[in-house]
Design a protein. Structure first.
Length: 332
């Protein structure tokens, strides 16, 4: 980005312009003294005498001298344009949002339910990023890459909004979710690689256990933030009945010890979200912890403009010298 501005390299010389009104005052005072003080009984005879060409232009030499002085002072001040530029270097972060979409995520202890609350907060989290690649992995009994790593946040958010429970076989395969997320990040060249894992249950499915998957993440220097969602105690879970969906209070079971271990092994943090507000606060905290480092290097490029001013000054001085030694030459 370039921003152009006009400036002077030596602005202190501009104080020299104060001499110009002094010279004008001195010239006018001197010109008054040169006028004759002789008294004539009748000046009608002089009125019929027309002014000569030299008399009409007698101030031209002084005007040319003032012009030359003015522009020479400007030249000494060195006018120039300053073009300000910036080079922006960003140290990007690659992030995978690993989202549990099992049937229990439809529990209504969040508004309207855990899954929709998680999608809304994740979407706001995406809005707060600028130079980071973000991907989306969903899991229940198996895992699936809903969106590969991308900087196109509009596409990412659209795919996030399409996520719903029932896309995959029901269950909770936390290890599979981590393994698929690691697969998205293992070839990343980013300085920081992060998985934000959100789940509401206990690992009960999948061919890879969570700790083994976490060790895999460790080997690729991937940090995992784990979020357990669910109120303390019981929560209303949707139950399909012959009369439609009914909600029944059931105990909330989250393997917090395992989620804490996953976070600790990778240098991340574990958080417990018990409502929409708390979940939003957790994502805000992670957002602050994982900020892209942006380095801005500012530089300026100057273009000298005094050449044209110097030309005008020398031209005025040259014309004055020519006129003074030709048309306005004084005879001793």
């Amino acid at each position: 980005m370039w921003i152009n501005s006009f400036t002077f390299a030596n602005p202190e010389f501009l104080y020299g312009l104060l001499i110009i009104p002094i010279l004008i005052f001195w010239y006018l005072k001197k010109d008054t003294k040169l006028k004759s003080d002789l008294l004539y009984p009748n000046i009608l005879v002089f009125k019929s005498i027309k002014s000569s060409f030299k008399q009409k232009l007698r101030h031209v030499l002084f005007v040319l001298r003032i012009i030359a002085i003015f522009f020479l002072i400007i030249v000494l001040a060195r006018p120039q344009t300053s073009a300000k530029g910036e080079n922006v270097f960003s140290e990007g972060i690659d992030i995978v949002l690993c989202l549990d979409v099992s049937g229990s995520m439809l529990a209504a202890d969040f508004n309207p339910n855990r899954l929709e609350a998680a999608k809304k907060v994740a979407s706001e989290f995406i809005d707060g990023r600028t130079n980071d690649r973000i991907g989306l992995v969903i899991f229940s009994a198996e895992s699936f890459t809903q969106c590969p790593m991308t900087l196109d946040y509009t596409v990412l958010k659209n795919l996030l909004m399409e996520v719903r429970s029932g896309l995959l076989e029901d269950g909770t395969a936390i290890g599979m979710g981590i393994a698929t997320s690691v697969n998205r990040l293992k070839d990343s060249k980013a300085k920081s690689k992060v998985i934000i894992l959100l789940t509401d249950g206990v690992n009960n499915r999948g061919s890879i256990d969570p700790i083994t998957a976490t060790q895999l993440a460790q080997s690729y220097n991937i940090r995992i933030y784990t979020i357990g969602v669910g109120t303390i105690g019981e929560a209303p879970f949707p139950i399909q009945t012959p009369y439609g969906i009914r909600y029944q209070n059931m105990p909330v079971e989250i393997d917090e010890n395992m989620l804490k271990q996953i976070a600790q092994m990778t240098g991340g943090e574990y958080y417990r979200a018990t409502n929409n507000k708390k979940l939003k606060e957790i994502y805000d905290k992670i957002d602050k912890l994982e900020k892209t480092r942006i380095e801005v290097k500012e530089f300026r490029r100057y273009t000298e403009l005094f050449y044209s001013f110097l030309f005008v000054a020398l031209l005025a001085l040259f014309v004055e010298i020519i006129l003074r030694n030709t048309i306005f030459r004084k005879i001793p």
